[in-house]
Design a protein around this ligand. Structure first.
Ligand code: 1CP
Length: 345
């Protein structure tokens, strides 16, 4: 294989540096919208795709080759490290993670094992090593944040209101604290192992933490998130924090020792800046616009680019993951548009 020049635009932007073009990658850029993904998935369960490093690497590379994005994200799930530490989880088609043994008490929290990446997720580390040899764009490692992981562990699967999770947080403070500590430790250990294996940036997905108000966020979540990002500081690898419907938490996020904040589409970049957010931003096209007429999609993408590039170091992304009914061609066209964009000053 001839080595292509390494495209480090994404890493520069993460560090808040000016870039020649705006880097872009898409959450869930590997997934059911790709015919090639569906063909591979038809042959394997979700976790099997994780366990076979060649398959994991192939699925990770697919959107990089197909769309021309500026970063790859390791193909795995936020549930991947939970399975080997004692959680009976499966990823069911059209549903997501389903857990057979949800957490109900301190005893259940205590039975979770401590993650040992070399023995529990060697296939993840191997996939990262393979990918680093193959990719000419940076590889993003990732993990779920404690609240979002806890929501699946307590609800037993996807949820709308996180009712059981919040009830557990309010009524079982000792067990909740123990759970946050365990999941915090796991996240640190897992991300450090991914970085050691070669991940060049890491994103922490706190998709559902917007279900909390700002006061509860500060009391129950800020300590563990501060600990996680502080622990990653000395790796020198950029960190990204993302959540959905979390506009009311942005100033709390701005105070965390994280490098990049990921916005969903509900809060515009201008609004975030007016609120006082100073971090490098990533986002924030509504993924539903991928299903809209091109003119509408292009106009919104341009608006995001105009707002995002007012400060050096902006990363274009969606405000949440690609839906299965999006078209590969739309994402190809969007990527080209972003790469060609030049700010009119
Ligand atoms: O390209 C990539 O982004 C692929 C890697 C990836 C990532 C980063 C997958 C594969 N999942 C994730 C993160 C993830 N998983 C999050 C955080 C981001 C987000 O909010 O979307 C969450 C909440 C999950 C949990 C999960 N796993 C869901 C959501 C369920 C819910 O509560 O609504 C689903 C549907 C899954 C399964 C899954 N994970 C990944 C894929 C491609 C799929 C589809 C499953 C399939 O093929 O059966």
């Amino acid at each position: 294989m001839t080595a292509k020049t390494f495209n480090d635009t994404f890493l520069k932007a993460c560090r808040g540096e000016a870039t020649e073009h705006v880097p872009v990658w898409y959450m869930r850029q590997a997934g059911r919208y790709q015919p090639e993904y569906r063909a591979i998935r038809a042959k394997h369960s979700f976790f099997e795709m994780n366990y076979i490093p060649e398959v994991c690497a192939e699925v990770t590379r697919l959107p990089v080759e197909q769309l021309g994005v500026d970063a790859a994200i390791l193909f795995a799930d936020i549930m991947t490290p939970l399975k080997p530490i004692g959680v009976d989880v499966n990823i069911e088609s059209g549903i997501g993670p389903v857990i057979a043994n949800p957490i109900e008490s301190l005893k259940d929290v205590e039975r979770l094992l401590e993650l040992d990446p070399e023995t529990h997720v060697p296939y993840i580390l191997e996939s990262i090593k393979i990918l680093r040899q193959q990719l000419s764009v940076p590889l993003i490692g990732f993990a779920g944040a404690p609240f979002t992981l806890a929501s699946y562990l307590i609800e037993g699967g996807p949820s709308k209101h996180y009712h059981k999770t919040k009830a557990f947080m309010y009524t079982e403070p000792v067990a909740w604290q123990a759970l946050m500590e365990k999941l915090g430790d796991m996240t640190i250990t897992y991300l450090k192992a991914q970085i050691k294996a070669g991940a060049q940036a890491v994103q922490v997905f706190d998709s559902w933490v917007g279900a909390l108000n700002d006061e509860d966020y500060r009391e129950y979540i800020t300590p563990v998130m501060t600990r996680i990002f502080n622990a990653l500081k000395d790796t020198g690898v950029p960190t990204i924090y993302f959540g959905i419907g979390a506009g009311h938490l942005l100033m709390d996020w701005n105070r965390l020792p994280v490098d990049v904040v990921g916005l969903d589409w509900r809060t515009s970049i201008t609004t975030a800046r007016e609120m006082g957010v100073t971090k490098t931003l990533q986002g924030n096209l509504d993924p539903t616009l991928l299903l809209a007429p091109w003119e509408k999609l292009e106009a919104k993408a341009k608006e995001i680019l105009d707002e995002g590039t007012k400060q050096p170091g902006f990363i274009f992304n969606l405000g949440h993951g690609v839906f299965p009914d999006a078209k590969v061609e739309t994402l190809q066209q969007l990527t080209k548009f972003i790469h060609r964009y030049k700010r009119d000053i």
